[in-house]
Design a protein around this ligand. Structure first.
Ligand SMILES: Cc1cc2nc3c(=O)[nH]c(=O)nc-3n(C[C@H](O)[C@H](O)[C@H](O)COP(=O)(O)OP(=O)(O)OC[C@H]3O[C@@H](n4cnc5c(N)ncnc54)[C@H](O)[C@@H]3O)c2cc1C
Length: 384
């Protein structure tokens, strides 16, 4: 290893912070870890629906309470990556050199049509929170989308604002990945919360959806989109703009660039089960950091190996659904509803911060569920 090896991490979310801690806590002589993030605080994105609904006071955690002290924080937004020169340009004009780069800029909400708000980043969630508070009794709130974020947002909003009329508009069935018995329980929970569900009604993004839906406020929860930084920097991306990485999380054709979290996609189709989630981002961040350390030592890189155990959906503070899944996210027959599920979900939300902190104390402390066995049979062919 050279006297000073610079690892630059772009994005201080679940993947980036986990990676920064794994690298810094390894305490390799001469290894300097820098983390670039627009704000000096970590955002608990998995709680943004609570923040929007007003059931949680805040979602920001100061980095000083999560990061290993040796990680140097660089407040800023990366606007260009020059992989040839190994530099990153920031919005304020500064240029940062690197020896290894971890691309972990995450995701944000979909482009919401005029008149609608998303809840996928903190600014949008704050705007939704303010709007919800200011609505008069009897006003109608429409949540558009049928995935986990939409379901959580609808139930949380209805429970927190019983004076409002909350409608959920889904282009397909709510929770399309859920087996029928779980969906039946989910619908019961939504009904109990006071959410009126409108399944299989596509909502057009072409016009202001407030008019279409007769709503005073529309929360647009139809999925996530990723920053276009990799695409703008001529790095390999998929159709959605995610950095394409191999099974060792190294960018296609790039020796010194790794990717993790929502902003990266593993090209091997065997990994298609890995959905954008905190549950996938943290293992990817840890694995990418481990592989950067291996590359520095000249060791073969490890094939990423992570899987799922459950889809945990909070439906207000006292209700929830835990759908147990196989490692490849395929639902099993086992599921939990009600208060027990809500408690389990809350424990998992708290554990995410604990896992990140544990990694700051000891590199390698965090472990995660392994992925499908079939993936492990394929040999690792990644060179250091
Ligand atoms: C309401 C809601 C509920 C959710 N619930 C769950 C759940 O229960 N379970 C689950 O597994 N997942 C859940 N998710 C999804 C989860 O939050 C994301 O998948 C996860 O945050 C991805 O982690 P990440 O590290 O890739 O990115 P992020 O957490 O998005 O972090 C990316 C960071 O990069 C920064 N950044 C962006 N652009 C730049 C740039 N150009 N330069 C520097 N920094 C940049 C961002 O500001 C951010 O700090 C939920 C999401 C939402 C919105």
């Amino acid at each position: 290893m050279s006297v000073q090896t610079r690892v630059l991490i772009l994005g201080g979310g679940y993947a980036g912070v986990m990676a920064a801690n794994r690298l810094a806590a390894a305490a390799r002589p001469g290894l300097a870890v820098r983390l670039v993030n627009p704000r000096g605080q970590f955002v608990e994105r998995i709680r943004l629906h609570e923040y929007a609904a007003g059931t949680r006071a805040g979602v920001a955690v100061p980095f000083d309470r999560l990061l290993h002290p040796a990680v140097r924080q660089v407040p800023g937004t990366a606007v260009a990556i020059d992989a040839g020169r190994r530099t990153v340009g920031l919005a304020d004009g500064e240029t940062l050199p690197y020896d290894y780069l971890l691309y972990a800029v995450g995701s944000t909400g979909p482009a919401a049509p005029a008149g609608a708000l998303a809840v996928a980043d903190v600014a949008d969630a704050a705007a939704a929170r303010t709007s919800l508070r200011s609505l008069p009794a009897g006003a109608a709130v429409a949540i558009v989308g049928g995935g986990l974020t939409a379901l959580e947002t609808a139930a949380e909003t209805a429970r927190a604002h019983p004076r409002l009329r909350v409608h959920l508009w889904c282009s397909a069935l709510p929770g399309p990945s859920l087996p029928e018995p779980s969906r039946a329980g989910l619908l019961r929970s939504l009904r109990r919360a006071g959410v009126q569900v409108h399944p299989e009604v596509p909502v057009s993004a072409a016009a202001d959806p407030r008019g279409q839906l007769g709503a005073d406020l529309v929360l647009w929860c139809t999925g996530f989109s990723v920053p276009d930084l990799a695409a703008r920097s001529a790095l390999p991306v998929d159709g959605a703009g995610r950095l394409r990485v191999d099974a060792s999380l190294r960018a296609a054709g790039q020796d010194r660039v790794f990717g993790a979290g929502d902003a990266a996609v593993i090209e091997d189709p065997g990994y298609a089960y890995l959905r954008m989630s905190c549950a996938a981002a943290m293992p990817m961040g840890a694995e990418a950091a481990g592989n950067i350390l291996r590359a520095l030592e000249g060791l073969p890189l490890r094939r990423h190996d992570s899987g799922f155990q459950a889809q945990c959906i909070s439906l207000g503070r006292a209700d929830g659904l835990v759908q147990f899944v196989g490692t490849d996210d395929t639902p099993r027959s086992l599921h939990l509803h009600g208060r027990t599920a809500a408690v389990l979900k809350e424990i998992i939300c708290r554990m995410t911060l604990r896992w990140i902190r544990s990694e700051a104390k000891r590199s390698g402390a965090y472990s995660w569920p392994k992925g499908p066995r079939a993936l492990r049979r394929t040999p690792v062919e990644s060179r250091p």
